[in-house]
Design a protein around this ligand. Structure first.
Ligand code: EPZ
Length: 423
């Protein structure tokens, strides 16, 4: 397994260009199944998660081709001949569950393996089941699979809020089935993430009729047919936020390009509170953190537009270097703290009280061999390695490759002393 070696202490300088959003691309790739002609999806990062989704589509008979240089995918759903997404593929990636909705919308039936848990916590699917049952889908768990039969898909009024708030992929799955249901579906408590809005834009371009995406109340008027389209995926707000924190934690001046600042307001609010100087442009953010002193912060992760759980680990790495006491509460995935043990190995001072981390920051981090776990925890370890004394070796970086394309090359181009060592 590849690893990354970082020698900390280098200041960064220059520009980085952000990729398309993984969490927008994955449901959009699945949604291409609903069309009766090919789609071309652009600005798609050639990540391992994208390859996994394409291999699941291939197992359904959907041909696709990914041009890694142009970062675009052509998907031809005309050969689709199966509605079964097998365990050995789905277990690799939780997001595979978003083939459930389009298979139901296209075939009226689906058999999708349950994704199982992962290091950030148990990943229930009760809201997916609740939403699809409301659309007159007969769905149940059989031998580790979600088995769905929908001979007569009917629009319905659904409340989709769960005990942790809205669910991104449950909202996506209900959208992906409802676009082909008879009548209108109203989803209350819908997820408002920019990736959901991007999915709605893609579906509407294909001929769907969706209103209210981005709000907690969405209306979906069912249609008979949908056609393939050419579509550009939005930029990745989480990759962008990760590089902005790379600029802050190393007290550097860098510019993060090809982004939508309006998708990052909660993060920018917290960075401003921490005293990070940055300039917001139309499609870029410039961090000017040379010789800055920062302040500790308190934050709680929430569904969008709140502070994103996918930026929690990266913010924690930053706060370990800021003098004072910072408090981070994780409300979306209360167990999402795999990065804490590894940061402690780097001499961070963090204590956990249930879903709250108390960070006593300002001590120098010390480079060490550490283990990547989930993809955002891996990014946090990279950020810590950039400023730690000495050498940090991050093992199992296939976790990082799931969500970050050429991260080490981008950081090296900014001046970091970082290299990937093949196993
Ligand atoms: C999406 O996962 C993202 N993944 C995650 O990003 C992200 O952390 C998460 O949304 C929250 O923003 C993709 O989009 C591919 P949820 P998703 O359903 O949809 C609970 C990354 O690092 N819940 O919004 O699976 C759930 O346990 C990944 O890129 C139920 O209770 O997450 C959690 O506590 C990690 N019942 C909360 O809702 C359900 O049926 C939010 O989860 C479904 C979810």
């Amino acid at each position: 397994m590849d690893k990354i070696i970082i020698t900390g202490g280098k200041q960064l300088k220059g520009n980085v260009i952000i990729e398309g959003a993984k969490n927008a691309a994955l449901p959009i790739i699945a949604a291409a199944i609903l069309a009766d002609s090919p789609s071309v999806i652009k600005n798609v990062p050639p990540l391992s998660d994208v390859h996994t989704m394409l291999s699941i589509l291939a197992s359904l008979g959907v041909r696709s081709s990914l041009d890694p240089d142009k970062k675009e995918i052509c998907i031809d759903p005309s050969g689709i001949d199966s509605w079964v997404a097998p365990y050995d593929m789905v277990r690799k990636m939780r997001a595979s569950i978003c083939v459930l909705g389009p298979l139901i919308g296209q075939f009226g039936k689906a058999k999708v393996s349950l994704p199982g848990g992962c290091v950030i916590g148990q990943r229930p699917v009760d809201l997916h089941i609740k939403g699809l049952r409301a659309l007159n889908v007969h769905i149940s768990v059989q031998h580790g699979y979600l088995e769905a039969d929908a001979p007569d898909l009917q629009g319905a009024t659904i409340f989709l809020g769960g005990r942790f708030g809205s669910s991104v992929l449950a909202t996506a799955n209900v959208m992906l089935a409802a676009v082909k249901a008879k009548g209108t579906t109203l989803i209350y408590g819908a997820a408002c993430e920019p990736e959901i809005v991007d999915l709605a834009h893609f579906l509407n371009a294909m001929g769907a009729r969706i209103e209210g995406a981005g709000s907690h109340a969405m209306a979906i008027h069912g249609v008979e047919r949908m056609h393939g389209v050419e579509y550009n995926v939005i930029p990745d707000r989480i990759e962008a936020g990760t590089f902005i924190i790379a600029g802050a934690i190393t007290q550097s001046n860098i510019t993060v390009n090809n982004i939508v600042p309006d998708h990052m307001l909660a993060l920018l609010d917290k960075l401003a509170e921490a005293g990070v100087p940055f300039e917001v442009g139309k499609d870029y953010i410039s961090v000017n953190a040379r010789s800055c002193t920062f302040k500790p912060i308190e934050l709680t992760t929430l569904p969008y537009p709140g502070f994103p759980t996918d930026m929690q680990a990266q913010m924690m790495a930053f706060m370990t270097t800021v003098p004072g006491i910072s408090i981070i509460t994780e409300k979306i995935f209360p167990e999402r703290f795999m990065h804490v043990a590894e940061l402690l190995r780097m001499a961070a001072d963090i204590s956990l009280e249930n879903a709250t981390a108390i960070i006593k920051g300002g001590y120098h981090l010390s480079g060490a061999p550490v283990m990547a776990s989930d993809l955002r925890a891996s990014a946090a370890l990279v950020l810590a390695g950039l400023v730690a004394n000495g050498e940090t070796v991050i093992n199992r970086i296939y976790h990082l490759d799931r969500g970050y394309f050429n991260m080490e090359e981008k950081l090296r181009a900014l001046g970091a002393q970082i290299e990937r060592v093949p196993s």
